[in-house]
Design a protein around this ligand. Structure first.
Ligand code: CS2
Length: 498
């Protein structure tokens, strides 16, 4: 089979076995600017939008993808080489692959190369929505103070260099300033990150920055910009070299960076778009009045479930999430965590069958073809744990409920942070707080509670005797018996007797 480099020119050469955009991409305007064009954006929002653009009467909702960080130059260069095109490979539960070329990213920019071009783009009249996947840590929120972190050197830089910023806050501020000066309407800023109340968080953080950077702009923003909350979901592992080769071998496409994902997808959005929006509901998104319960459910079951499987699995020496969930003891532990500690805090979720939702998560985690990397899941845990697990712990503590399973996971994380698994192999710790986590983890070998002193992660958790006792008990047991033996005993409810 002849292979063609993926680009606009070669699209027409592909035979029909892979779906390709059936719309005139040159006719599509960019009503959306998206910041953070990693795998998740490309398996989720860009996919939904591509489906939408197949209705050729819709031409105003193409995406301009922004690579914000120096580190993002590779994806920018790839998209540029491929005219914004990439292949989405859905790994079905039976192992088959559904492949489609996605065409919704019709423009792309590398912010570090030309910040003013990005600001101008955001300020242009066609743009109605800025969507974000800037990761949980990208919001510059300090868990210790509950406020915007003005000590971040990049924020200090942006305050001094408003025309050539480095952070999303600097870009949005400058673009909104230009829109106001030019008498243009505002836009919607829609976070697509895994944060409870992601719209509220975006608003709170941006307004804190604006009050320092451009205080006179604040009232205009409050009446001209909207920040809908949303719940986003689709498991999207990092693309591996074998995915690239498999695509070459099973299609005519040479794609330098395809995206792989699971079949499941969900997008629940608050209908609060001040400058109009695409009819994403026609391609499967749900628009609701209040997305908060959905977000809470997803973050505290799916994302927390991932962290549980990732941290426990990493210590045992597993590489992928499916290996971890197929370990019966871990699976039982995860079930107990979800049933005993998370479910009670979720309250009534109208129209959702939680039992089925939890069952479906186990099936999704268990998809053996996805091979979701434990390294990916455990990366940046210092930003994930405060969002995925600690809100559950704090509510349970207030209500006198169980925290034993969560405390076990945190103890396992403290041991994980030493950087060696139970087989003596090194663990790859990828975290902005890597240095401090390692330092505390080493001290914790003799004084386990000291790990809980990382206030930017744990806040005041170390003051809860109930939590600390459970954590210390778990820490000691893990070192003594190993993760698997501990959870087998815990599952048998005999741990307290060991
Ligand atoms: C994962 C998420 O990063 C993580 O820890 O839990 O990336 C997860 O795969 C997505 O949120 C799924 O929607």
């Amino acid at each position: 089979m002849t292979n063609y480099k993926l680009n606009s020119k070669n699209l027409s050469k592909l035979t029909k076995q892979v779906a390709i955009p059936q719309y005139d991409r040159s006719n599509v305007k960019t009503g959306i600017v998206h910041v953070g064009i990693g795998g998740f954006h490309r398996s989720h929002e860009a996919y939904y939008t591509d489906q939408l653009l197949h209705d050729e009467s819709i031409t105003e909702w193409g995406i301009c993808g922004i690579a914000l960080l120096d580190f993002d130059s590779k994806i920018y260069n790839t998209l540029k080489e491929q005219d914004g095109l990439y292949t989405l490979i859905v790994k079905e539960l039976d192992g088959s692959l559904t492949k489609g070329v996605i065409g919704s990213i019709v423009d792309y920019m590398f912010a570090p190369e030309n910040p003013s071009k990005v600001i101008e783009k955001m300020a242009s009249a066609d743009v109605k929505i800025i969507t974000l996947t800037i990761t949980e840590g990208g919001y510059n929120y300090s868990e210790a103070t509950g406020e915007f972190d003005f000590n971040n050197p990049l924020i200090e830089f942006d305050l001094k260099n408003p025309q050539a910023p480095k952070t999303i806050f600097g870009y949005l501020t400058q673009a909104l300033k230009l829109r106001k000066e030019r008498g243009l309407a505002g836009f919607t800023i829609q976070s697509c990150d895994n944060i409870q109340g992601n719209g509220h968080m975006t608003k709170k953080m941006l307004m804190s920055y604006i009050k320092k950077a451009q205080p006179e702009l604040a009232p205009w923003i409050l009446s001209n910009v909207s920040f809908p909350n949303s719940m986003v979901d689709r498991i999207t592992p990092a693309t591996s070299q074998s995915d690239i080769i498999q695509l070459q071998e099973t299609s005519e496409i040479d794609d330098a960076w395809p995206v792989v994902c699971e079949p499941f997808k969900q997008w629940v959005i608050e209908d609060d778009f001040i400058a109009g929006r695409p009819a994403w509901e026609t391609v499967g998104a749900q628009f609701v009045e209040d997305v908060v319960p959905y977000e809470k459910m997803k973050l505290s079951l799916l994302n927390a479930g991932h962290s549980v499987l990732g941290i426990l699995g990493a210590l045992i020496g597993y590489n992928t999430i499916d290996e971890s969930v197929h370990n019966k003891a871990i699976r039982t532990f995860l079930n107990s965590y979800m049933d005993k500690e998370v479910t009670p805090i979720l309250g009534d979720l109208e129209g959702i069958d939680l039992y089925k939702y939890k069952q479906s998560l186990l099936q999704r985690f268990g998809n053996i073809y996805i091979k979701d990397q434990i390294d990916r899941i455990c990366s940046e845990s210092s930003a994930k744990i405060p969002i995925f697990i600690l809100p559950t712990v704090n509510t349970q503590l207030q209500e006198g409920g169980s925290i034993e399973y969560a405390a076990f996971v945190i103890a396992a994380w403290a041991i994980y942070s030493i950087g060696i698994d139970e087989k003596g192999e090194p663990l790859l710790i990828k975290d902005v707080l890597e240095t401090i986590l390692k330092e505390k983890a080493l001290v914790a070998k003799n004084d386990p509670a000291s790990f809980l002193e990382v206030e930017s992660v744990f806040g005041k958790l170390k003051d809860s005797k109930k939590f600390v006792d459970a954590y210390l008990n778990a820490y000691g047991n893990i070192l003594k018996y190993g993760v698997e033996e501990c959870i087998i005993r815990m599952n048998d409810k005999v741990l307290n007797n060991i």
